[in-house]
Each structure stands twice: as C-alpha cells, then as structure tokens.
Design a protein around this ligand. Structure first.
Ligand code: HC1
Ligand code: SF4
Length: 579
C-alpha cells in the first residue's frame, strides 16, 4: 500500500493506483473528461488527451494529468490551487473554442459531459477564437455522427478497438481538423461497424448518438389511418426508471405499460412473449442439430450460435462468413414479435397489415438496423417498422408530461404480452442460453427439471463455459459478451481448440442491459450489473420460468403455427444470412 497526501488529507491506496482514482476513492473530486475505466470489462481509456484533470505535485514545477500518473509513497498532491484552477479553465476554454455551439439541438444536450464542465466552470464567453471543423452530419439507420463535435477523447476508439475488436474508429488529421473518424470518412453502414452503439455509450459529447425515431413515432400516433402497437424488450424495464431517478435494476414493467397506453398506442405488448417463441424454435433447432450429429450425419453445423443480437449477426456476416451457417436461423424476438403481430394479431383484429405500425422499444441501437433489414420484409411490409431506444422513450415520455413514477400499475395486452421468466433473462448475458437449456433439457429427458438455475452460465466473466448432461448426452455450451471476446473464441474454434454445441454471444458487455441505447452509465459498470440482477429477480418471481410452459405460446402453436420449426413457423419465424 502507498501512503500519500491529497489536499492535506492522508490517503492510502494500492500501488499502481492513479492519482485520479486515489482521489476519487478518498472522496476528493477531480474533474475529468477523456478518462474512463470499467475494470470489470477491461475497458480503460487513459490517453490523457484532455488535460482537464491536471493537479500539482509538491516539489514539481509543472502540472501533471492525474488520470495517467501513478501515486508514489510520500507524494503530496494539490488538486485545488489557483494555478490548477486557472490551467483547467484555460484548457476547457481552448476545447470549447473549436467546438460547435449548437447545444440546443445537439443529440447529447443535457447528457453532454463537456456541457456539464462548461456549466460548472461558469464559462460565459469565448476568449479564444478557434476554427470549427467542417464535416456534415452523417446519419446511419442506427447511429448519427456529428464529428465536428469530436473532442479527441478517444473513448469510442478504445471501445470499438479494445472491447468490440472492430477497429472502425481511429484518430485522423491534425490541428483543428483532428477527429476520430472511419476510414475514408465512410458512413458507418459502409464499414464493418456492427451498429452495437457501444461507442455512443461512452462518447462524452454529441459526436455520436442514436438516430432519433421519436418524431416519426409522434406522426404515426396522430395518424387516424394507422394502428400503432408497441413491444418492449426485456432490458428496458430494468433501466427506464433511471431516467426518472429510480435506481438501476428496479422493475418498472407495470408502470411502463400504463405510460405506453397513455402515449396512445393501440396495443402494448411484450417482446418477452416473442422471446419465449424464440426458445421454442431455437431449442428445436439445437435439438435437431445435436441429434443429427449424434447419428453421425455430415455437415451438421455445430456449435449453434444464438442470433438474437443483430450486432453479433452483422459481425459474423462481415468478419466470419465461414461461420454464417452456425447462426441459428430463428429470428430474434424483436422480429418474431413483428412477424406475429403483422400476420397473426392483425388478422385476428381484422386490421390490414399495411395500416399496422409495429414499433419496438429496445436497449439497443443495432435493433434499428435489424428492423430495416430486407430479409424481414414480407409482401412489402416490414415485421417491425422501426425501433426506438430506452433513452428515446424516456425523452418522449417527458415531452408528453408523463411521469413514469406516477403511473398506476397496468398490464401488457394479451396474448402477445404473456411471458415466462426464461424470457426476462434474455436481457442479461447468458440468459438466452439458460432459457434454451431449461427447455431443451426437459424436451430431451421428457421429465421435469428440478433446478432451473444454470449458475455457471451467469456472471460477467468474458467467457463462461459449462457442460450439461442430459440422458447421457454431454452438451458443451459457452456464453460470451463483447465482440472482441467473441472474436477470440471464434479464432480458438477455427484453430480447433474450442469444441462446443451451443454458444450465446451478445455484443454488449453485460448483454442487452448494457446496450448502446440504454440510459448512459458514464462508465459505472455496477449500473449494468444491477440491471442484470433486476432481470434475475423478475425471473425468480415469475410463476412460470420455462418458455415452453407459456400458455399463450402453447395456444399459438396449437391454434395457428402448428409444429415448432414446421412449415408456417419456418416461413414466419426464421431467416437467412447474407454473404
Ligand atoms: Fe435484447 Fe432480445 S434480449 S436482443 O438483448 O433476444 O435489444 O432486452 O429485445 O430481439 O427478447 C435487445 C434485450 C431484446 C431481442 C429479446
Ligand atoms: Fe464500433 Fe460498435 Fe461503434 Fe460500430 S457501433 S463504431 S462497431 S463501437
């Protein structure tokens, strides 16, 4: 342990700790901007580019960045001398000098860390005349880039390269023109970007934000010719409360259903229903592939990869086409919901599917892209018309003056609103595979599973593996979160070192609860963990915890779909992937 003084206070911290972290731990706040660290997931951005966190060290004649300087025995740090305050202010003023001033219409207005610093430093005038860069806003279906706002903190670059293993973003140019950009300034959709939105999740300013669909939704809601229905993803319910001051992980489902009805939706449904259907299809697929492989059939594609996460699907399509056929052909719950809404529910309600608008609320930016894929358009009608993120929904509710906290409790509409606990855990890493394992175990053994909790599949280790024994068959399964970790595992498999029957991959750390469309966590991964725990609690409290026991799903198969993976199920609920 190292002993030092910060602002006269004795501080003890482990060797290797930075001054910034030692100070923060001791309750001494040092403002910082580029620095961000999430130890649990191996994310560390400490390039010391912004210099807002400078401090003074006794006996040293220059100021140093506290985020990248390790503590030393006997060190005396001053964080609040006039010299430090003056330097920080000048640094901030220089940063603002070439930063666009259109805060009123910025995608991060209210959430911008630079704006917060400017407020706290009381900046009222621009003393320095900088030169604002000239780049047009670049829209993609999922993410909008306004790169003139880039402050070169490099958080996105570190996230995309180190954690997502995609390397789409990198620092280019010099002087006032310096920005983090794609190669040749290409639109994200023209690159190998997966639309995961993790760069958005860490961007402190308005350089990266979700492409907003809320105005489109308002227009549809006021169009008397349209019926507008909504589905809510598992991870949204344990995070939306944060936008109204509720702790992460608290289940807001019941209040949320009322809030959505007040917004004017004609049907308020649950993506979870479709998640239970996904398990029916995916577990059938897995069972068939395993039995075929046991019979010694050739060319059976194992391991089976889950395909709920559109960023992961795009990652495989673009980077590992040789594994394309390992992806489950079962559509994601978002898309299954849309297909059932347009084909089954619309018919029941005698609504022309062309007049039905299916909106999803997702914790994810890639879901916007998934909804737009042409594979999910039938007879010119998309399964899901468009998706909005948890953050967009929060903004919309506030615009409509709907205070989520004051809502009386309500319920999802039936039948597309009924779900089991297996569906809730889809929203946390390991949940899809655990849900599939519960059903598959019972289907293979023809018996009742005593313990529904597949604990080795839980937690936040980068890769978790387990062996599940059922009727003498040894299923080897793995769970991965983060695309960089997935890349490593794929390389292992390619090199003949990893042998699995099924693998769940979620692009975002923690799974969908850590999605790029969730309320900003500002680098606090504990928030993501709390949301995951929240979903687990919902699962524990559900009367039914296995997808194949969902009574509305059973009824759907009996009265409409027929066999899982049968002809109609295949037509509506399965997809194919592109080269
Ligand atoms: Fe997800 Fe899924 S769990 S992908 O993480 O399979 O986004 O929450 O909706 O589709 O159900 C996201 C979450 C979500 C799908 C489901
Ligand atoms: Fe990289 Fe994901 Fe951002 Fe695309 S969306 S640039 S893959 S972090």
């Amino acid at each position: 342990m190292i002993r030092l003084k910060i602002d006269g206070k004795l501080v003890v911290a482990p060797e290797g700790t930075t001054i910034l972290n030692a100070a923060l731990k001791a309750g001494i706040y040092i403002p910082h901007l580029c620095y961000m660290e999430m130890k649990e997931v191996g994310y560390k951005n400490d390039c010391a580019s912004c210099r807002i966190c400078v401090v003074q060290i006794k006996g040293m004649n220059r100021l140093i960045p506290s985020c990248s300087t390790p503590i030393k025995e006997g060190m005396e740090v001053i964080t609040n001398s006039s010299e430090v305050m003056h330097k920080r202010r000048v640094v901030l003023e220089l940063m603002l000098s070439d930063h666009p001033k259109d805060c009123l219409i910025c995608g991060k207005n209210g959430n911008c860390e630079l704006q917060k610093l400017a407020i706290s430093f009381g900046i009222r005038e621009m003393r320095f005349a900088g030169k604002e860069g000239k780049h047009d806003k670049q829209h993609s279906i999922s993410i909008t880039r306004d790169i003139t706002k880039c402050i070169m903190c490099r958080r996105c670059e570190t996230m995309c390269g180190d954690i997502q293993g995609c390397g789409i973003l990198t620092g280019v140019d010099r002087g006032f023109n310096v920005i983090v950009n794609t190669a040749f300034n290409k639109n994200l959709l023209e690159t190998n970007c997966t639309m995961c939105g993790q760069c958005v999740a860490v961007c402190p300013v308005g350089a990266l934000y979700e492409t907003d669909n809320t105005f489109k939704l308002v227009e549809d809601l006021m169009n008397p010719k349209k019926k507008v229905i909504v589905q809510v993803a598992p991870a949204v319910r344990v995070a939306i409360g944060e936008l109204f001051g509720v702790a992460p992980g608290i289940d807001m489902t019941k209040k949320l259903t009322t809030a959505l009805k007040r917004l004017g939706f004609d049907g308020v449904f649950d993506t979870n229903f479709a998640a239970d259907v996904t398990i029916m299809e995916e577990a059938t697929e897995l069972k068939e592939r395993i039995l075929s492989s046991l019979k010694g059939e050739k060319d059976v594609k194992l391991p089976l990869f889950t395909s709920c996460c559109p960023a992961w699907v795009r990652f495989v399509e673009l980077n590992y086409p040789e594994f394309r056929d390992n992806l489950s052909t079962t559509k994601s719950p978002q898309q299954i919901f849309g297909a059932l809404a347009k084909e089954f529910w619309a018919k029941e309600k005698e609504i022309d599917k062309k007049d039905l608008v299916c909106v999803s609320i997702m914790p994810c930016t890639a879901k916007k892209y998934e909804a737009s894929r042409e594979e999910f358009v039938r007879d010119g009608v998309a399964d899901v018309d468009y998706s909005i993120t948890t953050r967009e929904l929060g903004r919309l509710l506030k615009q409509y003056n709907i205070n989520l906290l004051e809502m009386p409790e309500g319920e999802f509409d039936l039948p597309l609103g009924e779900s089991t606990g297996a569906a809730d855990i889809f929203g946390r890493t390991g949940g899809v595979l655990e849900a599939a394992a519960r059903t598959l175990y019972e289907w293979i053994s023809n018996g009742k599973l005593e313990n529904l909790d597949f604990v080795p599949l839980r937690g936040f280790e980068e890769v978790r593996t387990a062996e599940i024994e059922v009727e003498g068959i040894n299923l080897r399964v793995a769970v991965v979160h983060g695309l960089g970790a997935a890349r490593k595992l794929l390389e292992e498999i390619k090199n003949g070192r990893g042998h699995f029957d099924a693998i769940e991959v979620m692009a975002c750390k923690g799974g969908c609860v850590g999605g790029g469309g969730q309320p900003y966590h500002h680098g606090d991964f504990e928030i993501v963990k709390k949301r995951a725990e929240g979903l687990q609690v919902i699962d524990y409290h559900k009367e039914l915890r296995e997808s194949h026991e969902n009574p509305c799903v059973i009824d759907l198969y009996e009265t409409y779909l027929g066999e899982a993976n049968g002809e109609l199920a295949h037509k509506l609920l399965h997809t194919h992937y592109i080269d």
